[in-house]
Design a protein around this ligand. Structure first.
Ligand code: ADP
Ligand code: GLC
Length: 500
């Protein structure tokens, strides 16, 4: 199959979170299955040195009735994969991806509309007819709308099917209604079933109704998105899809995340009781100026500092652990400055037991995964989550909340502690500090007093494999199924949604 894969970030080029990991690893796995995959991403300023070297094609992209843009497609190879960096100076020649460090760019809807439409126009320019246009999150979702509406009478895309994958349903791109005409959405689609939301435009909401197939990144999150509690306000849209929302679990790129070969860590290791993991722990304690002690439990976390990650639960629990319990914590994160300040405040009080690095650091993220004993992930919601999967491979025991992809990837140690053949981690349900603290203390008890159980769980985790090949085969079947079915016909709905 010819697959056009559009994403706003791609590992190896630019990354703010797990979408980038997927946007590289999934095309790589699909390519390995024999498909012709082309990744399209924005030609961001910060990676100019890379794409400027690539051959370029210039063409025009008609975004809307009024807006015709001149775009440059830079065509490169990254390892075995074809990557197109779509350059549009007005949209992407700025320092940030989505924001200026503080505020989201106010023309984001338009910037990514250019990416979405130009990706399709590029296919026409190259006469490369995709079987599948695979879009990811709101940033490329409009490509589903464009194939369905702008190219409705164009034979070029007559056999193409569109897929929209939801990596994070909370980011939807709400914006002022004035963008409707700018991005080429006809006024008739400004209704509560399509793009209208409150008193503005919602790009993700509207696009959902135009995709031929919609997937998300775990079965657990798929079952949450269709509920009022878990659908981020769009549950009725997920329930109304013609083809049911499908959850396909993300895999792990073991070329990047493997303690036996990891170039970022001081000593590679193959088993948790290998001296290598202990050496990594010692090196991490040293790097982060924590007391050097092989026996103290060293917990850790790596995440974007956003509400989703449950930082409001972590902060009081870390304080309690520092005050009354024997453990150390290493954290790496960037994002919300208020959250960062709270963590820096704790660090000032307990500099030898708690260390927070406020920033984005790939090498350190690998050294934390390798050096810590347990990974804390108390997410409010989590579409899939990757760090708990990386943790398993590094003999680091994840402690997660029972949501989304976390519940699909971690097997909790039961209260009776009898499931030692399968348990890989700890899990709590209630979204409260008490529940997180109780489970953390239970985990610390196992670490300190039940060494054999801890080792058994580490072994179970290290033996698990979340293969991208398996996920890619599921996507392949999903695509084949779409290609066999007629295109989604988008009918205007005039009934009330009951939402307004
Ligand atoms: P999300 O996509 O919601 O941020 P995931 O768990 O799916 O969560 O993926 C996060 C990815 O980003 C992981 O690869 C993680 O290691 C990486 N990451 C997050 N924050 C940082 C950071 N501050 N420094 C380095 N890597 C980070
Ligand atoms: C999102 C989600 C995360 C998921 C990632 C990759 O950013 O927050 O849970 O793992 O996308 O699909």
């Amino acid at each position: 199959m010819k697959i056009l894969f559009i994403a706003s970030e791609v590992e190896g080029f630019v990354k703010t979170g797990g979408l980038a990991d997927v946007a590289y690893a999934l095309p790589k796995a699909l390519h390995a299955l024999g498909h012709d995959v082309r990744i399209v991403m924005p030609a961001y300023q910060i990676i100019r040195d890379i794409w400027q070297q690539w051959p370029v094609t210039e063409f025009e992209s008609q975004i809307s009735y009024y807006n015709r843009e001149s775009v440059h497609a830079h065509y490169g190879q990254h390892e075995d994969l074809s990557v197109i960096a779509m350059s549009h100076e007005k949209s992407f020649a700025r320092n940030g991806l989505y924001d200026d460090g503080q505020y989201a760019y106010d023309d984001n809807a338009y910037r990514y509309a250019v990416l979405s439409k130009a990706s399709l126009d590029w296919c026409k320019v190259e006469n490369w007819q995709p079987d599948i246009v695979h879009t990811n999150d709101w940033q490329s979702a409009l490509a589903c709308f464009y194939v369905s509406e702008h190219f409705a009478n164009d034979d070029f895309f007559a056999n193409t099917r569109t897929v929209l994958s939801i990596h994070n349903g909370a980011y939807q791109m709400h914006c002022d209604k004035r963008w409707l005409a700018e991005v080429g959405i006809d006024e008739r689609f400004y209704n509560p079933h399509d793009f209208e939301d409150g008193n503005g435009l919602n790009i993700l909401k509207g696009s959902l109704g135009f995709a031929d197939g919609v997937t998300t990144v775990s079965p657990g999150y798929a079952s949450e998105l269709i509920t009022p509690m878990g659908g981020h306000g769009l549950d009725f849209k997920y329930r109304a899809l013609t083809k049911p929302l499908t959850g396909i679990l993300n895999g792990c790129d073991y070329d990047q995340w493997n303690p036996e070969t990891d170039p970022w860590i001081i000593k590679q290791f193959a088993a948790a009781d290998d001296a290598g993991k202990a050496q990594c722990k010692r090196a991490l304690q040293k790097e982060l100026q924590l007391d050097i002690d092989p026996n103290v439990p060293l917990l850790g976390s790596i995440c974007r500092l956003v509400d989703q990650k449950g930082i409001h639960l972590l902060v009081p629990v870390i304080l309690e652990l520092m005050k009354n319990h024997d453990c150390q914590i290493a954290m790496l994160g960037s994002g919300d400055q208020t959250m960062a300040n709270q963590l820096l405040f704790i660090q000032r009080q307990y500099p030898h037991r708690f260390h927070f690095v406020n920033g984005y650091d790939v090498g350190l993220s690998h050294r934390i995964e390798a050096g810590i004993d347990a990974f804390l992930m108390p997410s409010v919601f989590e579409p899939c989550g990757l760090n708990q999967i990386y943790s398993l491979r590094y003999g680091t025991i994840p402690l997660v909340r029972e949501v989304g992809g976390l519940q699909d990837t971690v097997c909790r140690l039961s209260q009776s502690q009898r499931n030692l053949k399968s348990a890989t981690g700890f899990m709590f349900s209630e979204l409260s500090e008490e529940a997180l603290l109780t489970e953390t203390l239970r985990m610390l008890d196992v670490y300190k007093n039940k060494h054999t159980q801890w080792r058994a769980m580490q072994r179970n985790g290290m033996a698990k494999r979340f293969s991208w090949k398996k996920s890619a085969i599921q996507y392949q079947e999903f695509y084949r199924d779409l290609l066999k079915s007629p295109k989604t016909h988008h009918a205007l709905n005039t009934q009330s949604t009951g939402q307004d």
